[in-house]
Design a protein around this ligand. Sequence first.
Ligand code: PSU
Ligand code: MN
Length: 300
Amino acid sequence: MRIAKKVIEALNNKRPVVALESTIISHGMPYPRNVETALMVEEVIEKEGAVPATIGIIDGEPIIGMSKEEIEEFGHRKNIKKVSRKDLPIVIAKKEWGATTVATTMILAAKAKIEVFVTGGIGGAHRKAQETFDISADLEELENTDVTVISSGIKAILDIPLTLEILETKGVTVLSYQSDDIADFYTRHSHIKAENVVSSPYEIAEIIKAKRDFNLKGGILVANPIPEEFSMDETMMNQVINEALFEADKDHIKGKDITPYLLKSIVKKTGGESLEANIKLVLNNASLGAKVARELIKLR
Ligand code: PSU
Ligand code: MN
């Protein structure tokens, strides 16, 4: 593993560090907006007084803290593999480039001793997962790996209540940030009640610390809803998502290709509006993640 110098220094000096994933760069957004967003996210984190560490795999080597040039390359290079836990040994052995999903970013962040990780939305149980068993490895990782994931909750393309049931079974602590509804990515109101609402980065840090001090393994999921001013129209989004799901089914899209396919299709159907929302929510998560990382350091 190659850990960037600024990240090593921050960790050694007990300064806050925030991990970032790379699947959102290479499979989640089109070039060049993906690169612009990844760099803006890093800036937001720096402005909040934390050190960003974008994680990806280059020539089989996991990189904790990619350079601007590496992020740029990740943004436009063709055929970068989407790497979940199961793919990690293959990409390392074959010395390939790999974009890390939430699951793999958690694994690598934990190995580097980074406790807070910011993304857009996590993977979860797809609709009809009761029949297809298509449940993201992100949920298994949240069960087992000691990293807090700051996200805009569970993507609306998924089955949110089913995903929450699975998270409960796995003992994953789920916190809704300043919202009675659990965040569903594109819109502010999912109409699905959150069990635990938290009101400040300090409160989140206290809960992380309690989980760690008590040696309870596993992650914490923070669901931070998209700010009201960027929230999309619910009725329109439901329709667009249903159309995209119908077409994915018709085109026999399966497995790891489903999430990138749906995100792309939704961007097209909303005339790019969903991409803007996606960017805004990630930036908002970056700000919260940096604050949580800072509070956590203070508590320790
Ligand atoms: N959220 C986004 N864009 C993305 C993803 C999440 O806003 O591209 C990616 C994450 O890397 C997540 C993955 O881990 O989608 C989930 O894929 P799957 O459902 O195949 O596990
Ligand atoms: Mn899947």
